[in-house]
Design a protein around this ligand. Structure first.
Ligand code: ZN
Length: 463
């Protein structure tokens, strides 16, 4: 019995792989970042899983309303959602005119290729990717992220991850959906559709329309057990209309049903997929996508508040200064993890340092025999340890802070105190012994002040 089941699964995965190769072509499995097929249809690699397997996307249409369909978050046991997404890709590639001009449709067959390959619900680190997101941003504490969570069939285990968005796959979703209007996270096998847990009308509306058109039951809530850190809840906290359809079986792709659901969503796109909105913070307008980046990556606690309205440079880059960072939105990096990123103010500051501190000189790799070991970055020859390492990992890592550019050393910080600090490409960390916390130096504010003193030239403001 078990053997024939395993054989069937292996056969199933082999035929899925063949279909995947057909849809993406073997070239897309190489490291080529973007492959333009035609103005309306393109395949590209979103990134890689924790074990280095490619995570692929197909885009159809280039309208302003970005709808993302995410298949197979739960790997092997929900491989039918992978198959379904591949079938949806084949369908819309053959019928691209079915995607309205106002929509860009993105389909990700699997966000968990490691779980699919290893026949596991979890990723390669045994983390449930649908419990690893930052769901602490909405008004509902019941769905806040925790390490100990309910998983399949209500089983309680420590699969939420060591911290929020600890997994590369979760971070790819977080960054790719920054400018999304709608998100459909496909799962199996409860046979129903439910919206984000916290009250969010666009998500509720989307779930009802999808359920009716696909003939699945609509449920306002997942009633079996509390779900924490899930993707739809995180997405809705940014204003994205987000739903979780659960296929009825664990084997069939239920293609016709779900195609009907997707087609109805596309037909009502203007009504169902809300465009991201600019927000007011500190009485200052923050452009929509910069606001989402700021909000989802820690808001005031990490970045501080905005200091002035955003401005646009001649090359189209939109820039806004916050107390600790300068955020830049680069239109040519849309659909990459670097669409919004902090400017390298730490690097700039280091270049103008008037003294040569020994801590700025690169080290050789550290020999460490007892954990926790410092992390050595061959790229810059510097190490990261203890409090600074923990803060770096938990609050955005490489994409947000960049590589360390110095070792730790003692110097005067912006508040006039002698503290241990460390330079990074995009930030300066400072350790406050009185609270045992890491703080970021107000680099955005200091840089802005310096520039104002140096020049009275102004760029056009965006309201
Ligand atoms: Zn699932």
């Amino acid at each position: 019995m078990i053997k024939s089941k395993q054989k069937r699964l292996i056969f199933c995965l082999a035929s899925l792989l063949a279909l995947s190769n057909f849809l993406f072509g073997s070239a897309s499995l190489s490291a080529t970042p973007i492959r333009q097929v035609s103005p309306l249809i393109r395949s590209f690699r979103l990134g890689a899983s924790e074990q280095g397997r490619p995570i692929e996307v197909v885009q159809i249409g280039a309208g302003p309303r970005k709808l993302v369909i995410v298949g197979d978050t739960h790997g092997g046991p929900e491989a039918n959602t992978y198959q379904l997404t591949l079938q949806l890709i084949a369908h819309f590639k053959a019928n691209p005119e079915n995607v309205p001009q106002t929509v860009s449709l993105y389909l990700i067959p699997t966000i968990n290729p490691d779980g699919l390959a290893l026949n596991s619900r979890f990723n390669a680190h045994q983390v449930d990717l649908n419990r690893n997101m930052n769901t602490n941003l909405d008004a509902c504490p019941e769905n806040d992220w925790q390490t100990t969570v309910h998983g399949a069939n209500g089983i309680v285990s420590d699969t939420g991850g060591p911290f929020m968005q600890s997994e590369g796959e979760s971070r790819l979703i977080r960054d790719f959906l920054l400018d999304a209007a709608g998100a459909i996270f496909l799962h199996s096998n409860a046979g129903l559709v439910f919206p984000a847990f916290c009250e969010h009308l666009p998500s509720i509306k989307l779930a009802k329309v999808y359920a009716q058109a696909s003939n699945y039951q609509y449920n306002r809530f997942w009633e079996n057990y509390p779900i924490r850190g899930n993707m739809a809840d995180w997405a809705s906290s940014l204003g994205i209309a987000a739903i979780t359809p659960e296929l009825t079986t664990g084997e069939e792709s239920e293609f016709a049903q779900n195609l009907a659901g997707v087609e109805e969503v596309l037909a009502q796109a203007e009504d169902l997929l809300p465009l991201a909105q600019a927000q007011i913070e500190n009485e200052i307008t923050v452009p929509a996508i910069i606001w989402r980046y700021w909000f989802t990556n820690g808001a005031e606690a990490v970045f501080g508040m905005p200091l002035e309205p955003a401005s646009q440079k001649p090359d189209g880059v939109i820039v806004q200064n916050f107390v600790r960072f300068r955020l830049e939105l680069k239109p040519n990096l849309k659909d990459t993890p670097y669409y919004v990123q902090p400017a390298a103010l730490g690097s700039e500051r280091l270049q103008i340092l008037a003294f040569q501190h020994p801590a700025l000189q690169p080290l050789s790799p550290v020999v460490c025999k007892t954990a926790p070991c410092p992390l050595f970055f061959a790229q810059t020859g510097h190490t990261l340890r203890e409090s600074f390492l923990s803060y770096w990992q938990r609050n955005g890592g490489l994409n947000l802070f960049g590589y360390p550019l110095s070792e730790e050393f003692e110097t005067l910080t912006a508040d006039g105190q002698l503290r241990i600090i460390q330079y990074f490409e995009r930030a300066i960390f400072a350790y406050y012994p009185e609270t045992k916390n890491v703080h970021l130096e107000p680099l955005g504010w200091q840089t802005l002040l310096l520039e104002k003193m140096q020049s009275s030239g102004a760029t056009g403001q965006i309201r």
